[in-house]
Design a protein. Sequence first.
Length: 99
Amino acid sequence: MNNDSIFTDNQKKLARFAKALSHPVRIYVLDLLSRQSCCYSGDLSEELPIAKSTLSQHLKELKNAGLIQGEIEPPKIKYCLNRENWDLAKQLFEGILSK
């Protein structure tokens, strides 16, 4: 029997969101994006005192979890919250934290 079969899809999604939220830089990015429509990668690298390559890795984690989406506008990338998944994450976290 596969251990994955005991977990619901929502439990798997919640774990993926939680992993993506497990670093202060990612929380900062999500907080920033929740207060404005979008942000360019260059603007983020100016605000955060970390290497561009490190920021890129954090953005990749958030994107892989589906919490943000990126749109290439050469020479920059515009990042926005993925509102559908953001709302789902809020709903899933609220469901487990309100018990």
